[in-house]
Design a protein around this ligand. Structure first.
Ligand code: DX5
Ligand code: ZN
Length: 223
């Protein structure tokens, strides 16, 4: 189960110092981050309000990494083009926030992006079972979305395993991304349950040197 696969590290800028965002992005890029995770919140689907396409466009100019844009917004279909134009490479929506997930994922790919679906803690793996063909990434929320720095909900671990089994039994190459409360302390557990991609905000930003914490997150793959 746990092999030598390289875990993809996607630092969430939600916990970055926004007065120095360009420097923060350069620092995590130099430290070996693979993607940059951008949390978009609308104050409706989740209680918090954060970033829109304008900041995504600035992030795109400030680093060379793929932008992993997590839409925590109601009716995300209205904004797929805008985030594509802003530079999103992977665009993830919540099935709870869209009536026609298959159509939304198809449209994301049509625009030339990788497609993602993020599952709230109360949403089961079956929410994506019939859209695997349209999916590049399934994101397991380890917290209720809305804020950085929350504690990991351990009862989400079996969901990762269920998705791992579902994907491994299929012919589809869907990555499993975990988001919320990810830290070096639980990294190994997450990998052993089948995670491929780690989002980490508060465990990375504010904890320099970033190469050290990114290495500690990756060490989770070692027995
Ligand atoms: C939570 C966001 C996360 C958040 C993770 O709603 O989707 O991406 O930034 O932050 P940490 O790693 O601090 O839990
Ligand atoms: Zn996120």
């Amino acid at each position: 189960m746990v092999d030598n696969k390289q875990i993809v590290i996607s630092p969430s800028i939600l916990s970055a110092d926004f007065t120095r965002l360009g420097e923060e992005l350069q620092a995590v890029q130099a430290a070996g981050a693979d993607w940059i995770h951008v949390d978009v919140m609308d104050g409706h689907f989740v209680p918090n309000i954060t970033i829109g396409p304008m900041i995504v466009e600035a992030v795109k100019r400030a680093c060379d990494l793929p932008l992993d844009v997590h839409l925590m917004i109601s009716d995300p279909d209205r904004y797929l083009e805008a985030f594509h134009a802003a530079g999103a490479d992977i665009l993830t929506v919540h099935p709870e926030a869209t009536y026609h997930l298959h159509r939304t994922l198809t449209r994301i790919r049509e625009l030339g992006m990788k497609s993602g679906a993020a599952l709230n803690p109360s949403t089961g793996p079956e929410a994506v079972e019939h859209v695997m063909a349209e999916l590049d990434v399934v994101m397991v929320m380890m917290v209720n979305p809305g804020f950085g720095g929350q504690s990991f909900i351990p009862t989400m671990l079996p969901k990762i395993r269920r998705l791992r089994d579902m994907i491994d039994r299929s012919t589809y190459k869907v990555l499993i991304e975990v988001d919320g409360g990810v830290s070096p302390a639980n990294a190994r557990d997450l990998v052993e349950h089948g995670a491929d991609v780690f989002v980490a905000g508060s465990a990375v930003f504010g904890h320099p040197p970033y190469d050290k914490v990114i290495a500690e997150l990756r060490d989770g793959k070692q027995r």
